[in-house]
Design a protein around this ligand. Structure first.
Ligand SMILES: Nc1nc2c(ncn2[C@@H]2O[C@H](COP(=O)(O)OP(=O)(O)OP(=O)(O)O)[C@@H](O)[C@H]2O)c(=O)[nH]1
Ligand SMILES: [Mg+2]
Length: 767
C-alpha cells in the first residue's frame, strides 16, 4: 500500500489566502491550519480493498438541497463519523473538507460540487456535495448525471424551499432514487409534520417516515427507528461531545407514553404505505401477518422499502441535526440500505461496450502543478493509470498518467479502477465535461458494430445506434453578461488563458467577443456567478480585471410573417459573385424557443447540397443577432422560396446575402424583445411583508401566492430579471435582515411596448 502526498488544491487555496488576503483571511488560515486533517491510515486495509470494492457495495450519491439546508455540514459529519477526518469542520468557521475554495470558506456557501470517497460498514460511498445557490445549478446537474442515488436535505423549519423543487426536478429527470433528510431538528421552529406535508404537496411524492424524533428544538436528543423500534440517543455530558458514540436500546413500555403512541401510529402508517406500494409485501402481510401486521420482521419491511425506493414510488424520510451531530449515522445506514448500487441502475448504451471501458467525464478542475484533473464515472470495463483512452466527442486519443481517489482531503493514487466507481484522472488535457471516454477507437468501432447488429435484429432506430456517446450534461443558457477588461493590453493573453481554464471547469460560463466593440464579454448565470469568476481571476491567475456593468441577456422574436428578397452583386478581385434570395419568416407558436429553416420542395431539389448548407448558415447567423437590439432570435421559422446564383459565386457570398435578406425580413416582421422573467420566493417575517410587497410592485413584479410557513410568510412572485439587480442588499435593508430569497429563471416573456421603448432608449444611451 502506498498513500499519495496530500492533495494540493486545498494547500493551493491556503497559499492564495496567505499571499493576497486581508487580515481576516489570515486569521482564517490559522483556523484551517489548526484543523487536523489527518487520515486514518489503519482504515485502509489494503490497496486492493481501497481500489476495487465489490460493485454491489458501491453507492454513488449526491447531496442536494436549497441553499443553507446543511448539505456541507452533513457531508462533513459523514466524513467524521466514518473515520476519515479527526476533527469536525464547520461551514461557519470555513474549515470543511468539501468547501475548499477560498471563496467558499469566506462566504460559507458551496460554489463547486466536491467529490469525496469514504467507507461505511463495508460499503464504499462516493459522495458529491452540491451547491444550493441557483447560480450554480449546473454543478448539481452534472453531479446528478453520474450518480445513482441522492440525499435531499431539508431545513426542518422550512420544509421544501424553492431550490429544493428545482433539484428534485433534476433528480426526477435522471430517475434518481432519493432519501430525504430533515436536518436542523434542533431549531425551535423545526416541524416534522410541516416538512412531511410540504414534501407530499410540493414534491408530489410519497414521503415514508422512518423515524420519530425524541424531544424538539434544543431538547432534541434522539430518534426512534420505526423499522426496528430501537431508540437512538445522543446525549453526551461533556462540552466536547461529538456524537460519535450514541446509545441504542429497545423501546420500553416504561418510555414516554406520547413517544410510544407516536411510534405505534407512525409504524402502522409505515407498514401500510409500504404495502400499498409493493404488492409482494402486501401479499406477505396478508398471508402471514394478517392477525398482526406489526409482527412483520424488520428485514422484510426493509427489503420492501428498498424496492419501493429504487422504483421511486416513495421516499424514505429520516431526521436529525447535523450541526449538533445527531442522526447522521442512521442516515449513512439508510444510504447503504435503500439507495442503489451502480449495477442496479439501467444504463442503456453501456451494454454495447460489454466489458470494455465506457466512462463519462463530468467535471474538470485545474491544478497548478498537475494541470487539468478530470473526474470520470466508469460505467463499464476498467480504467488503468498510465494508459491511453479514446475520447469519442473529441475524436482523439489521450494519455492518463495517474488515477486518484479523493478520501477526505487526501488523494490516494491507485493503479486501476473498475465499473461503478468515480475517479479523478490526471493527464487528460482535451477532455471536457460531458465527454465519453472509451479504451480505444477500435473498441468504439466494436460497440458501433454491436449496436448495429442489435438494431438490425430488433429493427430499433438507427439514430440510437449511431450515437455512442453517453448523453452529456445540459448546460443552461446564461442570463447575465458584462464586459471584462485586463488592466493592460499586455495582460490580454493571460486573461484569455485564465478564461479558457475557467470555462473548461465551468461550462455555464460563456465567453465571447463583441463583434462591434471587440471587447471580451463574460456571460453567466447570475450576479454571484460573475462575481465569483471575477474574484477567481484575481486570486488564482493574479489578474486584476475591470468588469463593465452587468447586463441582462435579452432575446428577440417577431410578431408576424414577412417576405423579403435581396440580391448581392459583388466583384472581388477578378471574380463576380451574384446571388438572389427570396425568403419568408414566420412567428412560431408562443412557447417555441427554437428557430428553424426549411426549403420549398422545388428549391430543395434544385440546389446542390453545398449551396443549401451556405443558405442554412446564413439563416443561422442571422438568428444570432436580432433586428431590434442584436440579441439572439427565437421562435422563428424561415422558408426559402428562391435562390439563384451565377456560376463562380462563393458559398460565403450566398451566406452573406441570406443573412442580409433575413435581417430585412425580420425587421419587416416587427421585432419584439423577450426578457428573462424570474420565479422569486421570499421568506419573510409577517411584520415586513408590506414593504417587501410594495417594493416588488415597483419592480414590475407579479405576486402569485402568499403562503404561511410557521411564523413566516412565503411570497411567490414573478419579476423581470432586469429589475432584480442588487435585490439582496435592498431586501436586507427593508427587512433588517429578516428575510431570504431565491431566484430562478422561469421563462422569457415579451416586453410590453412601453417597457420595450424605455429599454430601447436606455440602450441607445438616452435617459
Ligand atoms: N441549527 C442548525 N444549523 C445547521 C444545521 N446544519 C447546518 N446548519 C447551519 O446552516 C448553515 C448552512 O450550512 P451548510 O452546511 O453550509 O449548508 P449547505 O446546504 O451546504 O449550503 P450551500 O452549499 O451554500 O447551499 C450553517 O450556518 C450551518 O452551521 C443543523 O443541523 N442545525
Ligand atoms: Mg454547501
Amino acid at each position: 500500500m502506498h498513500l499519495n502526498v496530500p492533495y494540493p488544491i486545498l494547500r493551493g487555496s491556503i497559499r492564495h489566502l496567505m499571499t493576497r488576503s486581508p487580515q481576516t483571511c489570515r486569521d482564517r488560515v490559522g483556523e484551517i491550519r489548526r484543523r487536523n486533517y489527518s487520515f486514518y491510515r489503519d482504515e485502509v486495509k489494503s490497496l486492493r480493498a481501497v481500489a476495487n470494492p465489490d460493485i454491489s457495495k458501491i453507492r454513488n450519491i449526491g447531496i442536494m438541497a436549497h441553499i443553507d439546508a446543511g448539505k456541507t455540514t452533513t457531508t462533513e459529519r459523514m466524513l467524521y463519523f466514518s473515520g476519515y477526518t479527526r476533527a469536525l469542520g464547520d461551514v461557519d468557521d470555513g474549515d470543511t473538507v468539501t468547501d475548499f475554495m477560498a471563496q467558499e470558506r469566506e462566504r460559507g456557501i458551496t460554489i463547486q460540487s466536491a467529490a469525496v470517497t469514504f467507507d461505511w460498514k463495508d460499503h464504499r460511498i462516493n459522495l458529491i456535495d452540491t451547491p444550493g445557490h441557483v447560480d450554480f445549478t449546473l454543478e448539481v446537474e452534472r453531479a446528478l448525471r453520474v450518480l445513482d442515488g441522492a440525499v435531499a436535505v431539508f431545513d426542518a423549519s422550512a420544509g421544501v424551499e424553492a431550490q429544493t423543487m428545482t433539484v428534485w426536478r433534476q433528480a426526477e429527470k435522471h430517475k434518481i432514487p432519493c432519501v430525504c433528510f430533515l436536518n436542523k431538528m434542533d431549531k425551535p421552529a423545526a416541524s416534522l409534520r410541516y416538512s412531511i406535508d410540504s414534501i407530499k404537496t410540493k414534491l408530489k411524492t410519497i414521503p415514508i417516515l422512518l423515524q420519530i424524533p425524541i424531544g424538539s428544538g434544543k431538547s432534541f436528543t434522539g430518534l426512534v427507528d420505526l423499522i426496528t423500534r430501537q431508540k437512538l440517543t445522543w446525549q453526551g455530558s461533556s462540552l466536547t461531545y461529538d456524537g460519535r458514540a450514541f446509545e441504542t436500546s429497545a423501546l420500553q413500555p416504561s418510555d414516554d407514553p406520547d413517544v410510544l403512541q407516536a411510534v405505534s401510529e407512525a409504524r402502522a402508517t409505515l407498514i401500510e404505505q409500504v404495502a400499498d406500494l409493493d404488492d409482494d409485501f402486501a401479499e406477505l402481510l396478508l398471508g402471514h401477518y394478517i392477525e398482526n401486521f406489526d409482527a412483520v420482521p424488520a428485514g422484510k419491511l426493509q427489503e420492501a422499502l428498498r424496492k419501493v425506493t429504487l422504483a421511486r414510488k416513495g421516499v424514505p424520510v429520516l431526521c436529525g441535526s447535523s450541526l449538533k451531530n445527531k442522526g447522521v449515522q442512521p442516515l449513512l445506514d439508510a444510504i447503504t440500505a435503500y439507495l442503489p448500487a451502480p449495477n442496479e441502475r439501467n444504463h442503456d448504451l453501456v451494454r454495447w461496450y460489454k466489458d470494455d471501458l465506457c466512462a463519462l467525464a463530468f467535471k474538470v478542475v485545474h491544478d497548478k502543478q498537475r494541470g487539468p484533473l478530470v473526474f470520470v464515472r466508469i460505467y463499464s470495463g476498467s480504467m488503468k493509470a498510465q494508459s491511453a483512452v479514446y475520447n469519442i466527442n473529441r475524436n482523439g486519443t489521450e494519455r492518463m498518467s495517474r488515477l486518484l481517489l479523493p478520501f477526505a482531503d487526501q488523494h490516494i493514487e491507485i493503479p486501476s479502477l473498475s465499473a461503478g466507481n468515480i475517479v479523478l484522472t490526471v493527464g487528460l488535457k482535451q477532455t471536457v465535461t460531458g465527454d465519453t471516454i472509451v479504451s480505444s477507437k477500435a473498441s468504439a468501432a466494436a460497440a458501433v458494430r454491436r449496436a448495429q447488429e442489435e438494431a438490425e435484429s430488433k429493427s430499433s432506430s438507427q439514430r440510437e445506434s449511431s450515437s455512442l456517446a453517453l448523453a452529456g450534461v445540459e448546460v443552461p443558457e446564461p442570463v447575465f453578461f458584462c464586459s471584462i477588461e485586463p488592466p493592460t493590453l499586455a495582460k490580454q493573453a493571460d486573461l484569455e488563458h485564465a478564461l479558457n481554464c475557467l470555462q473548461r471547469e465551468d461550462p455555464s460560463l460563456k465567453v465571447r467577443t463583441d463583434p462591434d466593440s471587440g471587447q471580451t464579454i463574460l456571460c453567466g448565470m447570475g450576479e454571484l456567478h460573475i462575481e465569483i469568476i471575477h474574484d477567481r481571476i484575481k486570486r488564482e491567475y493574479n489578474i486584476e480585471t475591470h468588469l463593465g456593468p452587468l447586463q441582462v441577456a435579452y432575446r428577440e422574436t417577431i410578431l408576424q410573417s414577412a417576405n423579403a428578397t435581396d440580391t448581392l452583386d459583388r466583384t472581388l478581385g477578378d471574380k463576380r459573385h451574384v446571388v438572389t434570395v427570396e425568403l419568408a419568416v414566420h412567428a412560431l407558436m408562443e412557447s417555441s424557443t427554437s428557430c428553424d429553416v426549411t426549403f420549398e420542395e422545388e428549391v430543395k431539389t434544385q440546389l446542390p447540397a453545398v449551396v443549401r448548407e451556405a443558405v442554412e448558415n446564413g439563416v443561422q447567423s442571422a438568428y444570432l443577432q436580432g433586428p431590434v437590439l442584436g440579441f439572439p432570435v427565437e421562435g422563428v421559422k424561415t422558408v426559402i422560396h428562391h435562390v439563384s446564383l451565377e456560376p463562380g459565386t462563393s458559398a460565403a457570398m450566398v451566406s452573406a446575402c441570406v443573412s442580409r435578406c433575413m435581417l430585412k425580413a425580420l425587421k419587416l416582421a416587427g421585432g419584439q424583445v423577450l426578457e428573462p422573467v424570474m420565479a422569486l420566493e421570499v421568506t419573510v417575517g409577517e411584520e415586513y411583508l408590506s414593504p417587501v410587497l410594495a417594493d416588488l410592485a415597483q419592480r414590475r413584479g407579479t405576486i402569485c401566492d402568499i403562503q404561511s410557513r410557521e411564523e413566516n410568510k412565503v411570497l411567490l412572485a414573478t419579476v423581470p430579471l432586469a429589475e432584480m439587480m442588487g435585490y439582496s442588499t435592498v431586501l436586507r435593508t427593508l427587512t433588517s435582515g429578516n428575510a431570504n430569497f431565491s431566484l430562478e429563471l422561469s421563462s422569457y416573456e415579451p416586453m410590453n411596448t412601453q417597457d420595450q421603448n424605455i429599454l430601447l432608449n436606455k440602450m441607445a444611451g438616452l435617459a
